[in-house]
Design a protein around this ligand. Structure first.
Ligand code: HEM
Ligand code: HEM
Length: 128
């Protein structure tokens, strides 16, 4: 689980910096929010998830980790597609995709937090 998250994070990082450099070179900032969220929810958050699941393997197995992985990886692309559509002027497509994708990412985040409280406590008890 940890390794899968880190591999996917590295791909978002490539996409995020390419978009950043294109924005800088073309002096066009329409997609700044998309760039910010590719980098922050795609690269930074997913790399952190990967490291956390690697350091605490107890939290990387089970339904909570699986649900977190899939919800984040389904919600984020939908949210980013929505941000791109919105920034390109298509509000009709952008708003529902951003809302649905964003809600799924929030749900993934809540599940991640529950997972941390449930399984990090267990890992702590086992270490005693
Ligand atoms: C080669 C790498 C990168 C380039 C060339 C780049 C370029 C840019 C540019 C041109 C902007 C728009 C600035 C503006 O609106 O005035 C921007 C905004 C932003 N970038 Fe990057 N970026 C890079 C990497 C990253 C990374 C790695 C992160 C996060 C981990 C990041 C996070 C952000 C954020 C959060 C904003 C929005 C800032 C705001 O709202 O004022 N960028 N970036
Ligand atoms: C479900 C999760 C999230 C949703 C739905 C969301 C949504 C949004 C929206 C709608 C904006 C305003 C965009 C605009 O003005 O064009 C925004 C801006 C921003 N968000 Fe998020 N966000 C989320 C998570 C995060 C996280 C986890 C971070 C940082 C780790 C973050 C960092 C930022 C930053 C830096 C900006 C300003 C970027 C800009 O200049 O457009 N967001 N976010």
């Amino acid at each position: 689980m940890g390794i899968r998250f880190i591999k996917i994070a590295s791909l978002y990082f490539v996409g995020g910096v390419i978009l950043g450099i294109v924005m800088g070179m073309t002096d066009s900032f329409r997609y700044t929010s998309t760039h910010a969220h590719i980098n922050l929810l795609g690269w930074v958050s997913m790399a952190l998830f990967g490291l956390i699941y690697h350091v605490f393997p107890r939290s990387a197995i089970g339904k909570l980790a699986t649900a977190h992985f899939w919800l984040h990886n389904i919600g984020l692309p939908l949210m980013l597609l929505g941000m791109i559509a919105f920034a390109a002027g298509n509000e009709g497509l952008g708003v529902p995709f951003m809302s649905a994708g964003g809600t799924i990412v929030v749900l993934a985040t809540v599940i991640f937090a529950i997972n941390m409280f449930v399984n990090l406590n267990k890992a702590q008890k086992e270490a005693r």
